[in-house]
Design a protein around this ligand. Structure first.
Ligand code: XIL
Length: 358
């Protein structure tokens, strides 16, 4: 049995356990035994229930600073079965200066997830952005930078080993034309740094599934072709790669028509696909027509995952429009999330439920 088959079996068993706890572990079941004449308990449906009915997970990015907000944390804990650290597991957060590690934010996320029977998605080990200056501008030679990268992976993936189900090992390594992004890792270490990063992550946490993650690879295009060629070649070399993350930062009315076909071609290589950072933004202000188009788009995107057995789940990048990164980065655009500024469900929420087939 290959190590990757073994990982899949472990995760499937963990999923069964979580489902069992959800049924038998509720406080209500212990304190208030159901009387024979009680009406059946009707539970409000959740994204989590819809995803589980399709055998998938549904996640969100968690903003560490908002976990103390009761509205935020109650939605985060009840609606999702997977959580990704929006920022606190990134290099600048965990190793801001060389050799000095801070896992406090990541540990808080793991505690939150464990308290709510959620999977943790690790994000991210090797990325050009939110990379501290001591790495990006450190002037390291190849041997030194290789050591810096491998140490970071060993420390971080090692710290969270057993607690993280998936890692984005390498994030955003490609240019739009399918060539490699000229990050400090690429320019100093050359093409082989990606294989090396995956091997280091596998050594640090043999049970986590290891992914490459990028944006604008949702459709079949030059960039996704570049990722496809890389994944094929890594698999040919026996590099431990398990999954490809399509970030899916999309624009209302512009979901690529070949999303499902693209998911299929990657899964046919033998890796999982996950939609890792979905948001679907619009030009502001929003209106009913745009919100209806957004509902359809969320449904289309999630349904493309649901249609392909190797697509394991879908994560939205944030809960509410109030907290989304979109307005900061795309001026004049926003309203990209499933909950509005007041934490009210938007039509997009129903689109996600429908996309999971519920
Ligand atoms: C974003 C966060 O949402 C922001 O809070 C932060 O300021 C910048 O990064 N692709 C990724 C994510 O892989 O890590 C990014 O998250 C969004 C784009």
């Amino acid at each position: 049995m290959s190590p990757h088959v073994r990982k899949a079996a472990v995760v499937a068993a963990a999923g069964t356990l979580v489902a069992g706890l959800a049924i038998y572990g509720s406080a209500q079941a212990q304190e208030e035994p159901v009387q024979p004449h009680d009406p059946p308990v009707t539970q409000q449906s959740t994204l989590r229930a819809a995803a589980e009915a399709s055998g998938r997970f549904v996640g969100t990015a968690i903003n560490d600073g908002l976990l103390s907000d009761p509205t935020y944390s109650s939605i985060a804990s009840s609606e999702f079965s997977s959580v990704t650290a929006e920022n606190v597991m990134k290099w600048e957060a965990v190793q801001p200066s060389q050799g000095s590690f801070d896992f406090s934010g990541g540990d808080r996320l793991v505690d939150f997830a464990q308290a709510n029977d959620q999977q943790v998605w690790g994000h991210t080990l090797v990325w050009h952005s939110q990379l501290p200056g001591w790495v990006s501008g450190g002037g390291f030679g190849a041997d030194e930078l290789r050591g810096v990268m491998n140490d970071h992976i060993a420390e971080v993936a090692g710290h969270f080993a057993g607690e993280v189900a998936y890692w984005d090992v390498v994030n955003e390594a490609f240019n739009e034309d399918g060539t490699r992004r000229q990050s400090v890792f690429q320019t100093t270490l050359g093409d082989g740094y990606i294989a090396e990063a995956f091997r280091a992550a596998d050594a640090a946490d043999p049970n986590a599934k290891l992914c490459i993650n990028d944006y604008n690879i949702e459709g079949v295009n030059a960039k996704s072709d570049g990722v496809y060629e890389l994944v094929s070649s890594l698999l040919d070399q026996g590099v431990p790669i398990d999954c490809v993350g399509f970030q899916s930062h999309l624009i209302v009315g512009q979901v690529p028509g070949d999303l499902q076909q693209n998911i299929e071609r990657f899964t046919e290589l033998g890796v999982e696909v996950v939609l890792t950072e979905i948001d679907i933004r619009m030009t502001m202000p929003s209106d009913a027509a745009k919100l209806e188009q957004q509902r359809q788009d969320y449904e289309t995107v999630v349904a493309a995952c649901t249609a392909v057995p190797g697509c394991a789940g879908a994560t939205v990048w944030g809960i509410s429009d109030r907290d989304s990164w979109v307005p900061d980065v795309f001026p004049g655009e926003g309203a990209a999330c499933p909950w509005d500024e007041n934490y009210q469900r938007k039509p997009a929420y129903d689109g996600i439920v429908a996309g999971f087939g519920s």
